[in-house]
Design a protein around this ligand. Structure first.
Ligand SMILES: *Cc1c(COP(=O)(O)O)cnc(C)c1O
Length: 313
């Protein structure tokens, strides 16, 4: 695939009464528009990994993820474009019992399957052992040799790819904000900011390991921080307030956010602005990393509670 096509994405200014009141400028980098259903940052994380796999003459790649994983779907799509076979180790043995039913119910896995990905479903216990020598050997016996990409897609080559998110023009922003899962995207941003710029990460999950993860990839440490109060209970957890925020944001700005990552980040940014965390005149750039494909699966759960993320025009 021609990854150069994804080099630069546009920044869109958003206008909201609170921004006017507090005299804050907010732009959103539309990495979500790189692909209709692949998270922008996942493409960037795969770019140099797929080049490396090709250089090593590998014919296939293997990676891991949950049943709604943006990374699983991105690997299937990008792998196909790069001419590589893809294997996905999926958490949830029960999903493998009736594949036809699973693919009917689950749009993420269906799309990945349609892009040629082969699945191996494992129990939660086995999933925890997925990087062990024994498990990897078992996968090699099943599928032959492959290039291994970690869960969530983060490694040094992925961070290199994420250093290409910011452009020269972005040097005028005071703060760069992004949602954090594994921290690879944030590490790339931290490595590429200019002097005086700061990065704020909004973890989408609970836990104190993230700072250490990010420090593996960058030696800079006084130019960034994690704003930990906006995970809404943990990974893929949410409440009515978050869903309302996402729906209102769509109405007011035309931009659709996902409930796992970008919705929590923007909720956090707006909340910090309300609390006067930023001085007047501050310019903020928030990275819309994508994740829109996951909304369909989310809505299946939300509808049971009479809620829904409005994801149609
Ligand atoms: C994976 C993902 C993230 C988190 O990226 P990391 O590099 O794992 O921190 C953020 N937003 C979206 C939409 C994602 O799919």
């Amino acid at each position: 695939m021609d990854f150069n096509l994804i080099k630069e994405t546009e920044n869109q200014q958003v206008f909201l009464p609170i921004l006017e009141e507090k005299k804050i400028t907010l732009f959103i980098k539309r990495e979500d528009l790189i692909h209709p259903f692949v998270s922008g940052n996942k493409f960037r994380k795969l770019k140099y990994n797929l080049q490396e796999a090709t250089k090593l003459k590998k014919k296939s790649i293997l990676t891991f993820g949950g049943a709604y994983s943006n990374h699983i779907l991105a690997t299937a799509v990008a792998g196909k474009l790069a001419g590589l076979r893809t294997f996905g180790v999926i958490r949830g043995e029960e999903l493998g019992k009736n594949i036809t039913e699973t693919l009917k119910e689950n749009a993420t896995l269906r799309e990945a399957h349609e892009h040629g990905m082969k699945f191996h479903f494992v129990t939660r216990e086995d999933y925890r052992q997925k990087t062990s020598f024994g498990f990897i050997e078992k996968m090699k016996n099943k599928w032959g040799d492959f290039y291994l990409i970690p869960e969530g897609g983060t490694n040094f080559l992925a961070v290199d790819g994420c250093q290409e998110i910011l452009t020269k023009e972005d040097a005028s922003f005071n703060y760069i904000c992004a949602a954090v899962g594994t921290g690879g995207t944030l590490a790339g941003l931290i490595k590429s900011i200019k002097r005086k710029q700061k990065v704020i990460g909004f973890p989408a999950l609970k836990g104190n390991f993230l700072s250490e993860e990010i420090k593996k990839y960058t030696i800079k440490n006084d130019t960034w921080k994690l704003q930990k109060g906006y995970h809404f209970g943990g990974y893929a957890k949410f409440n009515e307030e978050l869903i309302d925020f996402i729906n209102n944001f769509k109405v007011e700005t035309g931009i659709l956010l996902d409930p796992v990552y970008t919705g929590k980040m923007l909720f956090g940014i707006i909340d910090l602005i309300k609390k006067d965390t930023f001085e007047e005149g501050t310019k903020i750039l928030a990275i819309h990393t994508g994740g829109i494909q996951g909304i369909a699966g989310f809505n299946q759960e939300l509808i049971k509670k009479n809620q829904q993320i409005i994801n149609v025009e």
